[in-house]
Write a protein that binds this ligand. Structure first.
Ligand code: SF4
Ligand code: SF4
Length: 155
């Protein structure tokens, strides 16, 4: 394979699963169809677009949507805004916000802290591993809970 062909192929989007989720992207609520995934003929593109539209309608016709409860959250007091978590998040769920904190000497300081969008987070846990200050935790699988499990197993 030539390097230019490799470059072209790497610019296509990848489906979440080729057999089980062929029109879904890795990010919930974003669907794929047509030539964005690679060269396709018209009948295949139309079939795929119909499937993507059906998936989107399936989401829009609900009054409420149940989300995964095991999402990440950051401890703003421990976060130093280093961006390590944002770099590893494959879903783009982490953003930053400047927040005002009261300091021990009663002054206030503005600090940049990480914030997780729970609707986008898929609970993969990559950010919790990457966080150097232990500020990022996964609901139900916090660092202290995991260490307690390890301690119990090792007894
Ligand atoms: S758990 Fe995964 S998807 Fe959620 S914010 Fe962390 S890296 Fe992103
Ligand atoms: S990796 Fe940890 S300390 Fe760094 S921005 Fe993310 S939550 Fe904050």
């Amino acid at each position: 394979m030539t390097s230019s062909l490799k470059h072209i192929l790497s610019d296509f989007f990848t489906e979440a699963h080729p057999k089980l989720r062929p029109v879904e992207s890795a990010t919930a609520g974003i669907f794929l169809s047509g030539a964005c995934q690679g060269p396709k003929d018209i009948p295949e593109t139309v079939a795929q677009a119909s499937a993507a539209a059906a998936k989107a309608i399936g989401l829009l016709c609900k009054n409420s949507i149940t989300c995964n409860p095991c999402v990440a959250h950051s401890n703003e007091l421990m976060c130093n805004g280093c961006s390590s978590c944002e770099k590893v998040c494959p879903y783009g769920a982490i953003t930053y916000a400047d927040k005002e904190f009261r300091m021990p000497d009663r002054t206030t300081a503005i600090r940049r802290v990480a914030s997780v969008n729970p609707a986008v987070c898929q609970g993969c846990g990559a950010c919790t591993v990457a966080c150097p200050s232990g500020a990022m935790d996964l609901n139900g699988f916090s660092n202290s809970q995991i260490m307690a499990e390890v301690d119990a197993i090792c007894k």
